[in-house]
Design a protein around this ligand. Structure first.
Ligand code: MG
Length: 256
């Protein structure tokens, strides 16, 4: 079922969005060469406790994973792209790290992800990150009343294809509300004019993630971490966005 939120409810959802955005900024600041992924998870957990927030990941046990997840953060390094299970790994110079973070504050969920390079970047990694950010911006720009979910998918997919990338449509954006994953599904490629109509009060996570030279994934033995099948590096950018009569409202937008 697709639920629409009142303007008052969207106002209440801002607290979760603000906390997710602030936590991702703190994680990016802490992530450096030599820092362990488990330290980043611990930092996020401390911030969750301080804020009185609830992790959406800790007890998460969907059909595709071997749950419960047991951590509060997804950390995906280099060829890992989605659902990276934090483990005992110290970041190395040039690692491309994605952190994906979702919590509930006062019962409302926000979900966002950023990719960045630790230490000395490779130009091609910065380019891939920039493509996902541009695709995210295009998806958000299409999240307007009168459009359909397919218009968001199409906008994202076009940025990827213009950049010569293939798009995997198994995992993508989703409705966000009292829980992390609701309807509608928002694939990272699709046909304009198709899908669910975007109405005021629809809140969705939009999350382009791309790999080079493949649209296939492999799963680690941990039962969670998804990697590019060809070992290429990957990137992922995500925001939680409310469709409103005044246009898209990015609930997880960092403040200056
Ligand atoms: Mg997410």
């Amino acid at each position: 079922m697709i639920e629409l939120r009142s303007p008052q409810e969207i106002e209440q959802m801002k607290a979760a969005g603000e906390f997710v955005s602030r936590t991702l900024a703190a994680l990016k600041e802490r992530a450096a060469v030599g820092v362990n992924l488990l330290e980043l998870n611990a930092l996020a957990h401390d911030l969750i406790r301080e804020r009185g927030a609830t992790s959406c990941y800790l007890d998460y046990a969907p059909s595709f994973g071997s749950g419960p997840f047991g951590h509060v953060l997804c950390t995906s390094v280099n060829d890992a792209v989605l659902h990276g299970l934090p483990h005992d790994y110290r970041l190395r110079d040039g690692d491309l790290l994605t952190v994906d973070f979702a919590v509930a504050v006062d019962g409302w969920v926000a979900d966002a992800a950023i990719s960045f390079v630790v230490g000395t970047p490779r130009p091609e990694d910065l380019e891939l990150i920039e493509i996902t950010e541009r695709a995210l911006a295009a998806g958000i720009a299409a999240a307007v009343v009168g459009n359909k979910t397919g218009d968001i998918s199409y906008a994202i997919g076009r940025v990827a294809k213009d950049a010569g990338l293939k798009v995997n449509v198994e995992f993508g954006g989703h409705g966000v509300g009292k829980t992390m994953h609701g309807e509608p599904f928002v694939a990272n490629d699709g046909r304009p004019g198709r899908g669910f109509p975007l109405r005021p009060g629809l809140v969705i996570a939009i999350e382009p993630w791309f790999m080079r030279g493949t649209d296939k994934l492999t799963m680690d033995q941990d039962g969670w971490t998804l990697r590019s099948a060809n070992g290429s590096r990957t990137a992922h950018s995500e925001h939680t966005v409310a469709v409103t009569a005044d246009g898209p409202l990015v609930l997880t937008r960092p403040r200056d």
